[in-house]
Design a protein around this ligand. Sequence first.
Ligand SMILES: [Zn+2]
Ligand SMILES: [Zn+2]
Length: 138
Amino acid sequence: MTETRAGRCLCGAIVYEADLNGPHFHACHCGKCRRWGGGPAFATPSEAIRVEDETHLAFYSSSKHGERAFCQKCGTHLFWRFKTGAGLAVWIGALDEHDDLSFGSQIFINRKPDNYGFNNKTGDLTGDQVRALFAAGK
Ligand SMILES: [Zn+2]
Ligand SMILES: [Zn+2]
C-alpha cells in the first residue's frame, strides 16, 4: 500500500507528491551517493512521483541504469530513478514530513567507510544483494 507525501526543494521551484512504497527509508552508503550528497543518502523506495512544474527539474545520468534528479536553481537532491522507469527512491530530506518514517535498512553496507556508523537496528544489504533484488524486480 503506497502512501502519498508532499515534498519540495529548498528554493520551492520544485514541488512534488510522491507515492512511497511504505513508511520506511534506507541509508545508501555507495560511493556515488556519498559523493553526490556529501554523506550517506537517506531515501525511500517509491512507486511514483508527480512534479508540479518541471521547469527547473534536471537529471544527472549517474550510471548505466540510473539517473539522479535535482533542482537546477538550488541544487536540492530529489530522487534517483531507473532509466527504464522500473522504480525510484525519493530523498527523504525534501519531504515535508519524514520524522515518522522508520530506518529500515542500510544498503551498499560493504561500501560504508569505517569512520562513521549508525546504531539503529536495520537490515543490511551489500551492493550485490541490492542488485539481486533489483534483478528479481523487487
Ligand atoms: Zn530549488
Ligand atoms: Zn547509493
